[in-house]
Structure formats: structure tokens, C-alpha cells
Write a protein that binds this ligand. Sequence first.
Ligand SMILES: [Zn+2]
Length: 179
Amino acid sequence: MPDIRPAVGSGALVLNATYEPLCVVSVRRAAILVLSAKAVCVADGEGMLHSARNALPVPSVVRLTRYVRVPYRTHVGLSRRAIFARDGWRCAYCRGPAETIDHVFPRSRGGRHAWENVVAACARCNHTKGDKTPAELGWRLHNLPAAPKGTAWRVLGHRAPDPRWADWLDLREPEPEAA
Ligand SMILES: [Zn+2]
């Protein structure tokens, strides 16, 4: 195994042989895939990686040389970080910086812990809201909460995309299926 020095940057995007985005791995892991000919680098990051015998540009996007079949996760896991990422770290009620998670229809009254019923909220709104519903307070939600969709979410989760990955990750909402 090559002795690669500490990774630069946040990670590398791995594409299937068909150029379909699969996942994000560490730069070190991506370099090992390239050095072992399991992948080819299709976009360089910044800087160089050095091993005892090799020097190669930091990989930013690599493509597997052989197609792998991947069972897809069809839904995005509901985690605190994922909720903050979906809501842009802004409070759903006042748009201030969010630091808590609020159940729109309160859990104490049977509200579900599901994408459609959770929003990022600032501590003040969350505290004021207590176990009331937005309607009871005359509050409005800025967006109707929903589960995130699309390739970018499947591959990145709550991670911020590297701008170099934009060509391979469709950051728009998926097109409706053709009839
Ligand atoms: Zn707020």
C-alpha cells in the first residue's frame, strides 16, 4: 500500500464506470484507487500527493475502471445535520441562524419524527413555540418541509459539494420521469 501523506481538501467524488456519481471518499482513498488502477482521475484537485515512488495530483474526481452495481438508498436518512443542511442552517420561522430542531406538529401531541414534520429553528422560536402548532401562534413556515431528493443528496448527504464536482452532480431537482 502506498505511503501517501495526509490528504489535502475535503474528499474526492467517485464515479462509476458509466460516470454516474457514487459516493465521496477521502482523497487518500481515491489516490489508492488510482495507483492500483481501479480508477482513473478525471479531475484534479489542488496540490500533489507523494508516496515513496509516486507523485500524483490530488484527485478531486475519479472514475472506476470497472462498473460496480450499487444498491441505492432510496431515501435520505433523517439526521440532525441533514435537517440543518436541507434548511440551509436557517430558522424555518424567522430565518435567523438555526441551532435546534423543531417538530412542526409537536411530538408531545403525536407529531411524527419525519422529514415532513421537522425543521431547523432558532432557540428562541423553538422555545416560544413550545408545544403549540404554527397555526395556533399565527406563524408561517417559509417552506413546506419535505424529504430531500436527487443525486446530490444521495451522494453527498449533508456534505457541501466541491465546486469541481458540479459537472457530475446534478444539483437541480430531478426531472419528472418521462412518460
Ligand atoms: Zn427563529
